[in-house]
Design a protein around this ligand. Structure first.
Ligand code: ZN
Ligand code: ZN
Length: 281
């Protein structure tokens, strides 16, 4: 498995690779802009060129762009939905300019809508965005913990979205281990993971799974409370991560950690722990 972190773009994209290499990353996730707001400026051509050159040299792959925090395609509020759709459209384009393979999107919050209404909004939004932007970026739906009014915490809901999306080959899934565990999938045991992957395969299809978010969970199985924690120090446990990253159906995937970071030392520790759990064949 190739491992990486979500890397800060502070100071420009030309600063990213140095940070990623200092943390021993083979793959990275990043925002294309400040994630806390609706506004953004155009990508700087020279900066992107410099970034791409360094990415190639360092052989970092894949590059994953994460959507900003505010967009929520699942809403039935017209104004919020339209703004979210515009964000998805612009992020699909920006991900292509950055030559990222994947764009990660949280499935969203239904708020006052029903689950069916929320999923219908997500489907409509993805179909509209795919019609407006034609490129190679694969949009990855991220499973949620099911906290509050989040939708997308079970594989049936993800299947519903796939069923409604026309250009299915442009859509995939990123499985967040903390979210799956918090949503009630017992992925920390061999038997539980086997059953979870079997169900995923039946409903969504394992070929749609492109990426793992490797996060331990501070909260219990089925808590529906999203609290990322350090690898091996949470309820998924070290043994759980050993099972996950060495699973024959998962070990070829890239794994990005979004673990807590008070300083870079936290990332260095988590990278060391996850690499120590890889079984030598
Ligand atoms: Zn995640
Ligand atoms: Zn989370």
């Amino acid at each position: 498995m190739r491992f990486g972190f979500h890397i800060s773009i502070a100071g420009g994209f030309r600063k990213v690779v140095e940070r990623a290499l200092a943390k021993d990353c083979n793959t990275i996730q990043l925002f294309s802009r400040n994630p806390r707001g609706w506004n953004f400026s155009e990508l700087d051509k020279d900066d992107v060129y410099e970034f791409r050159k360094q990415i190639e040299e360092a052989q970092i792959s894949p590059v994953v762009v994460h959507m900003p925090y505010l967009p929520n395609l699942a809403t039935i509020n017209k104004v919020e939905y339209e703004k979210s759709l515009e964000s998805l459209i612009s992020e699909l384009k920006r991900a292509q300019v950055l030559e990222a393979q994947y764009l990660v999107m949280h499935i969203g919050k239904r708020l006052e809508a029903t689950e069916d209404q929320a999923l219908a909004q997500v489907i409509k939004g993805i179909n509209t965005a795919f019609k407006k932007v034609k490129n190679d970026v694969i949009l990855l739906l991220e499973n949620t913990a099911g906290m509050g009014s989040e939708v997308g915490y079970n594989f049936h809901q993800i299947k519903t979205i796939f069923d409604g999306v026309i250009e299915k080959d442009r859509l995939g899934v990123v499985l967040d281990t903390a979210h799956a565990f918090e949503a009630g999938y017992p992925i920390h045991t061999q038997d539980g993971l086997d059953k979870t992957l079997k169900e995923f395969d039946k409903l969504v299809g394992l070929k749609r799974l492109y990426l793992l978010h490797l996060n331990d969970s501070k909260t219990d199985l089925g808590s529906r409370i999203d609290r990322h924690w350090h690898i091996g120090e949470g309820k998924i446990t070290r043994e759980g991560f050993r099972i996950i990253i060495n699973h024959p159906l998962l070990k070829h995937l890239p794994g990005i950690m979004e673990t807590p970071r008070k300083s870079d030392a936290d990332d260095l520790k988590n990278m060391k722990v996850i690499r120590s759990l890889v079984n030598n064949q």
